[in-house]
Design a binder for this molecule. Structure first.
Ligand code: ZN
Length: 323
């Protein structure tokens, strides 16, 4: 890649936008387009990470590292220069096609009553939740045409995982939730695998930018758990998309003093409960207060509300949660 191509890539990805997409938020403004915040590259307690939006450069007074968006990607993802470039290029292209796919799926939701029926049955009944979580529906078989018409190339769509190697839509009859840099698809059909993600990571904790300001946070496994709690009026809820937290999700939970309520599934094989216990131990080692929420046998937060549980009852489960 020559100098000019590098500059073009950097122009397409303003440093601030990239940082924010990776859950960085500025803590305070300085003069002339410069911001301070916590350093995402080392464990930072008071803001020592400086971002200059005019020059598109960063510098950390704590760990002494600095540079442009490419340097940041190298350090953040712990990769070498060529891989960082590949990641950034992919982030540009994939981000764009995911965004267009999300818009398409949201339109489709209005055209398919089976999708609404499914959401209703899973306890998602208010329009504001659907809007807020930007929920869509993938009927299957028409995304490719829409996206190629918008100018996306087939190889790019394959790379994003939206289209299969044979050229079909990857998501068929799935409720779709946009994540950061991915789309989660929940199958309506009992024969297909229930949960699917596109290639690439599941990203950080769901809606962390909004949730992180609460001193008490409820952590659940899935998006449907999140949605019903949201509808019941609990806004301090996030989900890890599975019982296993990736390193970034764990770091997020530990980024400030807080109490974390772990409301994982009460599975018959105890996997949810065991994962919650392990996680609570790791959180406590990092000085974060963790409480285990016991749901009635065989329930997850979603089924608890779908089968008649209400906010007051869930509140008493929170109050009864133990370390
Ligand atoms: Zn630092």
């Amino acid at each position: 890649m020559n100098r000019q191509a590098l500059d073009e890539l950097k122009q397409q990805i303003p440093l601030m936008g990239y940082l924010q997409a990776h859950d960085w938020s500025p803590a305070r403004p300085l003069r002339s387009g410069r911001w301070m915040g916590l350093c995402p590259l080392h464990e930072d307690r008071k803001p020592s990470f400086l971002v200059d939006t005019n020059k598109d450069l960063f510098y950390c007074y704590g760990c002494g590292r600095g540079g442009d968006v490419i340097r940041f990607a190298e350090l953040y993802h712990q990769v070498k220069f060529p891989e960082a470039l590949a990641l950034l290029r992919q982030w540009c292209g994939v981000g764009h096609s995911l965004h267009d796919a999300e818009r398409f799926y949201r339109i489709q939701l209005h055209r398919h009553s089976e999708a609404f029926a499914y959401l209703y049955q899973r306890g998602i009944r208010s329009w504001s939740t659907i809007e807020l979580m930007r929920i869509g529906y993938a009927p299957g078989g028409c995304l490719r045409g829409w996206l190629t018409q918008l100018g996306h190339s087939l190889p790019a769509l394959r790379q994003a995982g939206l289209i299969t190697g044979k050229g079909y839509d990857a998501y068929v009859r799935r409720i779709v939730f946009p994540l950061e840099g991915n789309l989660y698809g929940r199958s309506l059909s009992a024969v297909a695998p229930s949960h699917r993600f596109l290639p690439g990571g599941k990203g950080g904790l769901y809606a962390w930018a909004q949730v992180q300001r609460y001193p008490e946070v409820i952590l659940v496994e899935g998006l449907f758990d999140c949605a019903v709690l949201w509808e019941a009026g609990f806004h301090n809820v996030t989900c890890s998309l599975g019982t296993h937290l990736n390193a970034r999700q764990f770091r997020q939970l530990c980024d400030a003093p807080r109490t974390v309520y772990l409301a994982f599934d009460d599975d018959p094989n105890r996997s949810g409960q065991e994962a919650a216990q392990n996680l609570s131990r790791s959180l406590r080692e990092r000085g974060i207060a963790a409480r285990l929420v016991s749901l009635p046998e065989g329930h997850d937060p979603n089924s608890f509300f779908v089968q008649g549980g209400d906010a007051r009852q869930f509140q008493s489960l929170l109050e009864a949660a133990h370390p």
